[in-house]
Design a protein around this ligand. Structure first.
Ligand SMILES: Cc1cc2nc3c(=O)[nH]c(=O)nc-3n(C[C@H](O)[C@H](O)[C@H](O)COP(=O)(O)OP(=O)(O)OC[C@H]3O[C@@H](n4cnc5c(N)ncnc54)[C@H](O)[C@@H]3O)c2cc1C
Length: 265
């Protein structure tokens, strides 16, 4: 703690951040497994400031000047200091989220293998409502299905899952390798588990794209869970500048944040 100036001490990352499991969707979750700087060492924002000031052998100039420097880094796209903070998450999410997430090439991943472990009966994503296809945007949804159709489609989905899982289990019982038996399972909706490591700069890029209303609602929920429950507590001043300098440019209302769809600030 002695490297931390007095005015920064209350912003040291709390160890509680490593014990949170944030539920997402019907049975998914996200946990923070590790973070650099480690809790109770130095504040995450200060790790960024210190890295930036290395450029000219400097250190903290007091919290107000340091926060101003964070803004300067954003304004001038001086991005490497933000890479000095790293997050490692454990994510449990439907495969549809995995396929969108894994497109982010600046993250490091390791995923559960359906070749080594069997899938479980409740490993399926059941949405709480069915969104309607938007008419003005091929990649978007708009509004939700009426209640009776909603319930009927939920039943159909559960029936489909149960039948798929029966076929999967029958194949496993017949001795079919798990790597092939899984062909019976619905590809977009199985829950999948992975660890992913990313630095704060590339995480902000992910959050900007995936909290946005152009992204699919399911991945938006994971991205906003990261922002609200891990990014803001770990990097409160960077998070403020990120909102002000990056998200505000596109209009806050486009972002899912604070658990809300738009205007969550
Ligand atoms: C709303 C939305 C819709 C999408 N629709 C589709 C779709 O229909 N089909 C589809 O295939 N994908 C789609 N994507 C995925 C999208 O094209 C990107 O692959 C994904 O968002 C990752 O973005 P990225 O490459 O910027 O991120 P990262 O892979 O994390 O890369 C971060 C940055 O690093 C740099 N970078 C990384 N790798 C390279 C490289 N090899 N060469 C040069 N620069 C590099 C780039 O500056 C990049 O922006 C969609 C994404 C969004 C958000």
């Amino acid at each position: 703690m002695n490297k931390v100036p007095n005015d920064w001490r209350k912003y040291v990352i709390s160890p509680a951040i490593l014990t949170k499991e944030i539920p997402v969707l019907n049975s998914g979750f996200i946990q923070l497994k590790d973070i650099m700087p480690y809790p109770e060492t130095i504040p995450g924002d200060l790790a960024i400031i210190n890295a930036a000031r290395t450029s000219y052998d400097g250190s903290s100039k007091g919290i107000a000047a340091d926060i101003k420097l964070l803004g300067y880094l954003f304004d001038n796209k001086h991005t490497t200091p933000f890479e000095m903070v790293e997050f490692k998450f454990l994510v449990n999410a439907p495969l549809v989220v995995w396929w969108q997430w894994v497109r982010h090439r600046t993250m490091s991943y390791n995923a559960k293998s359906g070749r080594y472990t069997e899938f479980k009966e409740d490993d399926f994503y059941i949405p709480s409502e069915w969104r309607l296809q938007a008419t003005d945007n091929k990649q978007a949804s708009d509004g939700v299905l009426g209640e009776s159709d909603n319930i009927a489609l939920m039943w159909d989905l559960e029936k489909h899952y149960r039948r798929s899982f029966e076929l999967y289990e029958m194949a496993v019982v017949r001795g079919v390798a798990r790597e092939q038996a899984r062909l019976f399972l619905p590809g977009f909706s199985m829950y999948y588990t992975w660890v992913v490591k990313v630095d704060a700069h590339n995480l902000m890029h992910f959050l900007k794209l995936r909290m946005h209303d152009h992204a699919q609602e399911e991945i938006r929920l994971y991205a906003s869970a990261i922002f609200d429950h891990f990014f803001v507590p770990a990097l409160p001043f960077t998070a403020e500048k990120f909102k002000e300098k990056i998200l505000a440019q596109d209009g806050y209302s486009k972002y899912r944040i604070n658990g809300l769809n738009g205007d969550g600030f």
